[in-house]
Design a protein around this ligand. Structure first.
Ligand SMILES: [Zn+2]
Length: 720
């Protein structure tokens, strides 16, 4: 009897076995429908084997689905990713099938010429239609528009039998990219980097690189040139470029289209499901060469993946925290290893993990030193707020105000950077000291003045700003404490009423379209002073921008998690790197209460090496990543007693292990979210310890009750 193991999207740790009916020829990667209780479910075959005399009776597979087979290496990747992240393999497999959820687009009606027939009355309009159409088949509306005639003209030709309607399946065509369409002129650093990457893709085999260059050094041109040469050598090669934010995709797609004379496929949650299905099928059939996408594009069924690029590899947005918990950058490296492909991690401020891999020789290290177009890096000044504090209830100190005024007077742009959405981060009662919090979550409500509401940024809970304090009942005692971007913009408008100001945050630009519109307005000089959260610190090019003011450079340093200093350094480097491109020198002013902090000193000196050396030394002393590894267990549930009991059970059943410590259980910093109590345990291990093996052995010893959710986060980025 033949037995197939089938990965089904359920929270279970193994594939289910089914009998393969006579005459059904299955292979690893095939999609099947299998019975589960009363239902049929979609699954992926992970293994087919011959057994003799099983004593278990297995249910038979219902039928094979008429869908493309997942390539062998895609299944390898899914299984590896599930083991690495301790996720259910069936749910990982479901991530690889996500594109198939939508129905196929409906077949389309097109018109085409019938043989050699000529119209009875060849009017100018009719001739235009026939000339426009030629040998092609087009939709009637599209044809009328292209020919510049009314739809009645096309209809007349159809009625007369000169044209006919055919029904065709809507297959998305991805024009093949043309490697020699519009090559960029590269400087010697860029050319050397492109050479190294292209040589690796052509040699084949796993080859990881760090592409390391400051903002404006031309990393994109370098990796696109390598992509072009990869395609030149192998026209069937597939190339994946991952970006941390959907907002950045349009700009890259425009550049790729200009470079290759053909648009790449786009893949992220903002793409409509029918379109996603078309992309999925084109990738599976090898009809699509270049994909630009978010981290989920890693799970597409590539048939000939030769090059992966992770742009802005340091960005924390690559870590997915909801549902399947994984780091897109780390999985990209794993996928490249499994595919025998080249992977390029690009950044101006690489993560310490990646720098460590580059330093130790595991990754090739490609450095772009010259700033493209010979623009200089901005001068960075620390402004000590102890010597020049802003006036009460304002946030911009006198020297920063003057700098904004001078910049505005020269007709140049200012970016004021504050990584805080809304108007004020805290609202409290001046009579009793009560802080406004969400009813079911341990987080302070943030005031949004544009909408007049108090918002929990964690869960999205909102309420109107009350007139009476909910604790003491006194009226008009609530005050807004501290600044958010909306409040800084209010101050700017009062100081410079004639300047054109705007706010860039996820509240004012909720989708890709509005983000593009605001970025374009800024790029064209339609905004004088832009107040922005970190969303604007990434990857945009504003030629008239010459001043960046960081309102609160200390903000990230107060967080107190593993990567707080690193993240602050990256964010501020990105923010200040925006100033002064092309021919205009830029400057950056950082307001701080702690100008002696090593992160800020390194930043002001433009000395990344000094920062990295100091931070690496601290991590090494504590055996923290990249010198050790971490994993977090997060327990949550509405029943506090059950959560508490599971935490005790876990603490009481830790397997013996060396060079590994378990901390906790402790209440999570966010001890209550959406009414669920949360507890955490943290594991630290030396690098050579089998951390996943330890976790599996540990979790096998406890029973998790249905009322408690236990999630495992390998290499955690959030410590809340
Ligand atoms: Zn009160």
């Amino acid at each position: 009897m033949k037995v197939a193991s089938v990965l089904i999207p359920l929270p279970v740790s193994e594939a289910f076995d089914y009998e393969v009916p006579e005459g059904l020829d299955l292979m690893r990667g095939d999609q099947v429908a299998v019975p589960l209780g009363p239902r049929l479910m979609r699954g992926v075959v992970s293994e087919v084997r011959e057994t003799t005399g099983s004593n278990r009776r297995l249910k038979p597979i219902d039928h094979a689905l008429d869908e493309p087979r997942l390539p062998e290496r895609t299944v390898d990747f899914v299984e590896w990713a599930a083991r690495w992240t301790l996720s259910p393999p069936g749910e990982m497999a479901a991530a690889a099938l996500k594109g198939l959820r939508a129905p196929r687009p409906r077949p389309e009606r097109r018109v085409r010429l019938v043989g050699e027939r000529a119209p009875v009355r060849p009017t100018a309009a009719r001739t235009a239609v026939l000339d426009t159409l030629g040998e092609r088949a087009m939709s009637g509306a599209e044809l009328a528009r292209a020919a510049g005639v009314s739809s009645g003209v096309v209809k007349g030709l159809l009625d007369e039998g000169v044209l006919e309607v055919i029904v065709v399946e809507a297959v998305a065509a991805f024009d093949p990219p043309r490697p020699d369409h519009a090559p960029a002129a590269l400087n010697p650093d860029q050319a050397a980097a492109a050479d190294a990457i292209a040589a690796a893709t052509q040699a084949g085999g796993f080859a990881p690189f760090l592409l390391d260059g400051v903002t404006g050094s031309g990393k994109t041109e370098a990796y696109l040139e390598a992509a072009a040469r990869t395609l030149q050598a192998d026209p069937t090669a597939q190339i994946l470029i991952l970006l941390p934010e959907i907002a950045l995709t349009q700009a890259l797609i425009a550049r790729i289209t200009a470079r290759f004379g053909a648009a790449p496929a786009e893949w992220h949650s903002g793409i409509a499901p029918p379109r996603r299905r078309q992309v999925w099928e084109a990738v599976a059939a090898g009809r699509c060469n270049i994909v630009v996408g978010a981290r989920s594009a890693l799970f597409l069924p590539y048939v000939d993946l030769r090059l992966l690029v992770v742009d802005e590899e340091h960005d924390g947005s690559f870590k997915q925290e909801e549902g399947l918990v994984y780091h897109g950058r780390d999985l990209a490296v794993a996928r490249a290893r499994i595919e025998g492909a080249t992977v390029v991690l690009a950044s101006a401020t690489p993560s310490l993990e990646t720098l460590w891999n580059a330093r130790s020789g595991r990754y090739g290290w490609l450095k772009l030193d010259a700033r493209h177009g010979a623009a200089r890096l901005p001068d960075i000044a620390l402004l000590d707020l102890r010597t020049c504090p802003p006036d009460p209830q304002t946030w911009l100190s006198q020297p920063l105000r003057e700098a904004i005024g001078e910049t505005f007077a020269r007709g140049e742009q200012t970016l004021l950077f504050l990584n805080r959405r809304g108007y004020a981060p805290v609202v409290l009662c001046r009579a009793c000291g009560h802080r406004m919090t969400a009813p079911d979550t341990d987080s302070w409500l943030v005031e949004h003045r544009y909408t007049g509401r108090l918002v929990c940024h964690l869960t999205g809970f909102t309420m109107a700003r009350p007139r009476l304090c909910p604790a003491c009942g006194v009226a008009d005692t609530l005050v807004s404490v501290g600044p958010g971007v909306e409040r800084v913009e209010e101050e700017v408008r009062q100081l410079f009423p004639e300047a054109r100001t705007a706010v860039f945050s996820s509240d004012t630009v909720p989708d890709g379209k509005s983000a593009r519109a605001l970025i374009q307005r800024m790029a064209e000089g339609g905004i004088d002073i832009l107040v922005a959260t970190q969303a604007a610190a990434k990857g945009h090019n504003f030629p008239l921008l010459t001043l960046v003011g960081v309102v609160d450079a200390d903000l990230g340093l107060r967080g107190g998690d593993l990567r707080a200093a690193e993240r602050t350094f990256q964010l501020l480097t990105q923010a200040t790197g925006r100033a002064g491109r092309a021919d205009r020198p830029g400057r950056a002013i950082l307001q701080t209460w702690t100008p002696e902090h090593p992160v800020l000193l390194a930043l002001a000196a433009g000395d990344r090496d000094a920062f990295v050396a100091a931070e690496m030394a601290e991590r090494e002393a504590a055996s923290l990543p990249p010198f050790g590894r971490l994993a977090a267990l997060i327990l949550s549930g509405e029943n506090a007693v059950a959560v508490e009991k599971l935490a005790r059970d876990l603490a009481g059943s830790i397997p013996n292990a060396e060079r590994l410590e378990v901390y906790g259980p402790a209440d999570a910093p966010l001890g209550l979210v959406r009414g669920r109590r949360r507890k955490r345990l943290l594991v630290r291990a030396d690098r050579d310890v089998d951390l996943q093996g330890f976790l599996r052995a540990w979790l096998a010893r406890v029973k998790v009750p249905g009322s408690v959710r236990l999630s495992v986060d390998v290499d955690p980025y959030s410590f809340l």
